[in-house]
Design a protein around this ligand. Structure first.
Ligand code: HEM
Length: 432
């Protein structure tokens, strides 16, 4: 019995979870021995989303993917890759075949949380969270968003050459989330410290520094939990103008417990902070490198919402997420076997030349309505209205008060394999 037959014969005895992992192993072995091209029509690729240099500057790799075929397979990573706009959207729509329930990252993980459920369970959890981001909620938070944007842009103006990541793109979403949760002013600094440390729970690195960071993250989340429970006990964080208060008011049977409310708050913190930071950072970088487009927006302030959509398309703060196949899944002529790991490249899809002309160019007036920076289908981003509101407020503030945006040094980019944005971005603003 050869190794493939051995793995196959053991599959029947395994749980679905384990068999999924085995099928990836079968795929890897088969590919090493025979290559996938002959077997299914997929194109083998060396594009490696885990490679740090590629993660920091991935756009050449996306162009190669688009040029070389429709479905790719990286044998070293046992990962299938979809990069076309049409294919990524179709996979996101087909949650029966291409599921989130085994994880949306490279590491398999499951649990009763919004992002890791499908079908009825997902609909139930989504209904709990959605009312927090209604039009009414957004209208209530507009004033604070504008105030924060004005304050932080003033700070960057007053410090020419400063790192806009530290001055604006990190504090803006963090302070907004503190505001919508109703954290009292006196506690905001402490809340930010715990939150910033706690967020590293999702980006474990197997280095000494990474382990220390993860230990700190766990401790900070425990502090946050104690803080929330103390607040809840004294009636805090649940008033009608806070996000959790809104969720309570809309809960069908008033059944949200304090623990559930805490986990929802953590979900919002994790899902909403670094993503928005990356969008804002990408926006400063793009505007600094495209002064003609900045001029265009300044001359036509009505372009602000459209320009933010184009920033979302071209920067795509979540570059990719994973899914796992529950059954054989057909893409064109290629059959991706049941139990495979698929990387859905939102960022490559947002630069698909079949959909966006000159996709690597930033055009403030492009109006890329069908970009998928917020995902697509059932799991489409709940916090999109908030992220848009923040980016639009900052851009409006810039075009009103700033004549030019110029780079003031070399930026550095995150090397995280999924979330991408500048980690250091020196910028000089000239007042108008
Ligand atoms: C520019 C900023 C943001 C980007 C690019 C972004 C992107 C995304 C994407 C691509 C998904 C889909 C995940 C999937 O298909 O598995 C998603 C889901 C989600 N986002 Fe965002 N997001 C942003 C901001 C926010 C904010 C501000 C919040 C909340 C405060 C938020 C909360 C969520 C939640 C709760 C989900 C899960 C929805 C579900 O599984 O049904 N996001 N986001």
């Amino acid at each position: 019995m050869n190794i493939i037959e051995k793995i196959r014969s053991s599959e029947t005895m395994l749980t679905p979870f384990m068999s999924a992992a085995r099928l990836n192993a079968v795929a890897a072995v088969r590919t090493r021995t025979r290559g996938y091209r002959g077997w299914t029509g997929a194109v083998n690729t060396e594009y490696d989303p885990l490679d740090r240099a590629t993660a920091a500057q991935p756009f050449g790799a996306y162009r190669d993917l688009h040029r070389s075929g429709r479905v790719h397979y990286n044998p070293r990573r046992s990962t299938w890759i979809l990069s076309r706009h049409e294919d990524v959207r179709a996979a996101l729509r087909d949650t029966d075949a291409v599921t989130s329930t085994e994880g949306v990252t490279r590491m398999k993980i499951s649990g009763p949380v919004l992002v890791l459920t499908d079908g009825a369970e997902h609909a139930r959890l989504r209904k709990q969270v959605q009312p927090g981001f209604s039009k009414g909620a957004m209208a209530g938070w507009q004033e604070m968003t504008d105030k924060l944007a004005a304050e932080l842009v003033s700070d960057v103006l007053a410090n020419p050459g400063c790192d806009v990541v530290q001055r604006l793109t990190i504090p803006m979403p963090m302070r907004m989330i503190a505001h919508i949760l109703g954290i009292p002013d006196a506690d905001v600094t402490q809340f930010r410290t715990w939150s910033e440390a706690g967020m590293h729970i999702v980006d474990f690195e197997p280095t000494r520094h990474g382990v220390v960071r993860s230990v700190k993250a766990v401790a900070s989340l425990a502090q946050l939990q104690r803080y929330f429970m103390r607040q809840f006990a004294s009636g805090g964080l649940k008033s009608s103008d806070t996000v959790l208060g809104r969720l309570l008011a809309h809960a069908d049977d008033g059944s949200l417990t304090d623990s559930q409310l805490f986990y929802i708050a953590m979900l919002l913190l994790i899902a909403g902070n670094e993503t928005t930071t990356n969008l804002l950072g990408g926006m400063f970088d793009t505007l600094a490198r495209n002064p003609d487009q900045y001029e265009l927006i300044r001359a036509n302030p009505d372009l602000v919402p459209m320009a933010v959509e184009e920033h979302l398309r071209i920067s795509t703060p979540i570059q990719n997420l994973y899914r796992y196949t529950r059954m054989d899944y057909q893409v064109g002529d290629v059959t991706i076997p049941r139990g495979s790991r698929i990387l859905l490249s939102f960022a490559a899809a947002n630069r698909d030349p079949l959909v966006f002309a000159d996709p690597d160019e930033f055009r403030a007036d492009r109006n890329p309505r069908n970009h998928i920076a917020f995902g697509y289908g059932a799991h489409m981003c709940v916090g999109a209205p908030l992220a848009r509101m923040e980016a639009q407020a900052v851009l409006r503030e810039l075009i009103t008060r700033v004549a030019t945006i110029a780079p003031a040094g070399e930026p550095t980019w995150s090397t995280n394999t999924s979330l991408r944005g500048p980690t250091h971005l020196p910028i000089r603003l000239t007042p108008s």
